[in-house]
Design a protein around this ligand. Structure first.
Ligand code: FES
Length: 157
């Protein structure tokens, strides 16, 4: 990755940190401010899964969809979450409490299936564990959430 790309990613991270997502209006502003074609900005934002272009739920769940987790029943967890929250992967619940995404390996292959909850790993998932977790988070939905870390911390192997 070149220095220009690093700078661009930092600008986009800063923008996302303000509201939790990068709106089209923000992309237009950055485009004109830094003289970068909006098509390039949009391409970068869509390429990196860490960037969001829509308002997000209070809690962000990113399920690992890589082989070790898939072989250990992450698809069952995925189906359960979709059914429980009445949304599909990539969507946000109507009450804006949860956004759910799929991600590639998060470095917790030794404890599958795994997911990130607001950037923090949660491992050895079972349906009953996830059910309990979702219920606890729903109870806490009115409580203020600490700001998310800008960069995901991934457990080292
Ligand atoms: S494959 Fe899921 S954490 Fe590595």
């Amino acid at each position: 990755m070149g220095k220009k790309e690093d700078i661009l990613l930092n600008i986009l991270h800063e923008e996302q940190d303000k509201k939790g997502y990068i709106s089209i209006e923000a992309l237009k502003r950055i485009s004109s401010q830094y003289n970068i074609p909006i098509s390039r900005l949009y391409g970068v934002v869509k390429f990196y899964t860490m960037f969001r272009t829509e308002p997000q739920g209070k809690y962000i769940i990113e399920l690992c969809g890589s082989p070790s987790c898939v072989q250990n029943e992450s698809r069952e967890i995925e189906k359960f979450i979709e059914k429980e929250l009445k949304i599909k992967i990539g969507e946000t619940t109507k009450d804006k409490v949860f956004s759910v995404y799929k991600t590639s390996c998060i470095g917790c292959c030794d404890e599958p299936p795994a997911m990130l909850l607001d950037g923090k790993p949660v491992t050895k998932l079972t349906i009953s564990r996830v059910k309990k977790l979702l219920q606890e988070l729903r109870k806490n939905k009115s409580k203020t959430k600490k700001p998310q870390n800008k960069i995901k911390k991934v457990k080292k192997r």
